[in-house]
Design a protein around this ligand. Structure first.
Ligand code: DHB
Length: 313
């Protein structure tokens, strides 16, 4: 089966990426995983200045999921360029750099600093971090703001620009259409779902920030419905993300309309999950006699008359 897929001008050798924040800057995990087998690596979010993130506790396990409130802890873009990019440049896979910021100007500055450097194949823009007071969801839940960030960044780069959307809105398709209209090359659907957990003995929230981002298998059905919604609303490729842990999970997302997928929380259980998913996808392709993985994209068979979601896309 041919496994190549494209997101704008980004050519991926296969549709399986590792999600931002679950594979570091690619250096520690690649001691454990053959990066050359992955479709690509999305780096941890980078901001202009280094960030310590939120105080602990900032990770809590939940039923079939994980709640986190990391607060965009990262080394900052300058140190990334000096210390991490030289290693990433040598990896035989696509590198997508994720950017987070508190202001539109900060997004622009970070992207401009990265622009002059080799080895970056695309940008993913995090407009949807649930765990910071400035920027984050204030941007991602405001359609005009999300469009403006895309418009400003589009002027600064010819590289593929992928906007990572939050599910914490009423109609995610409106956001996808808005960024498509401003020249985005793709959308990642979805970032984490806002959640909360309480310690009943101490009568306290389990996370220092009270709420956090829920990820893992618990959110897979939500992610799938959002991918299905967005894929019908826009022409640009959708990258599915949310609870993907097996090749069947990945195939569900492709059938719902995703061109590629990201493996996130499952990497904390086994950083080689993405590699197993690619193997499983190839086996499925052989069994089902599929010559090109793109045949699966949006191949879900639906009775449109009965689909409830179709009425508000
Ligand atoms: C963080 C950022 C995210 O985009 C997310 O979905 C979850 C957590 C963070 O760094 O806190």
């Amino acid at each position: 089966m041919n496994t190549n897929v494209t997101i704008g001008s980004l050519q991926l050798k296969n549709p399986v990426l590792v999600a931002s924040g679950t594979f570091g800057y690619g250096d520690d995990c690649t001691e454990l995983v053959d990066a050359g087998l992955l479709g690509g690596i999305v780096t941890k979010s980078l901001s202009l200045k280094p960030r310590d993130g939120n105080p602990p506790p900032r990770i809590v396990e939940t039923a079939s999921g994980m709640l986190n409130s990391i607060g965009l802890a990262n080394i900052g873009v300058a140190k990334f360029i000096d210390d991490k990019l030289p290693f990433l440049q040598k990896l035989p896979t696509s590198i997508i750099v994720n950017i987070a910021a508190s202001t539109v100007d900060e997004y622009c500055t970070v992207l401009t600093m990265l622009e002059g450097h080799e080895g970056i194949d695309a940008y993913e823009i995090n407009v949807s971090c649930p765990n910071v007071k400035e920027g984050g969801l204030n941007f991602g839940t405001n359609c005009d703001m999300t469009a403006e960030i895309t418009r400003r960044l589009r002027k600064l780069t010819r590289k593929p620009l992928i906007i990572k959307l939050t599910p914490n809105v009423t109609h995610i398709a409106e956001f996808a259409r808005a960024v498509e209209g401003e020249g985005a090359d793709g959308v990642t659907v979805i970032n984490t779902v806002i959640g909360m957990a309480i310690d009943v003995r101490g009568r306290k929230p389990k996370l220092s920030t009270v709420t956090g981002g829920l990820s893992g298998p618990a959110i897979k059905p939500i992610a799938l419905a959002k991918v299905y919604e967005v894929a019908q609303a826009v022409k640009i490729p959708v990258i599915g993300s949310g609870g993907i842990a097996t090749s069947d999970d990945a195939i569900e997302f492709l059938l719902a309309g995703a061109t590629a997928v990201q493996v996130g929380t499952a990497n904390f259980v086994n950083p080689a999950t993405g590699v197993s998913i690619i193997e499983g996808l190839r086996e499925y392709g052989e069994r089902e006699k599929i010559s090109d993985v793109c045949e699966l994209v949006g191949a879900l068979q639906v009775s449109r008359k009965l689909s409830i979601i179709d009425s508000w896309i």
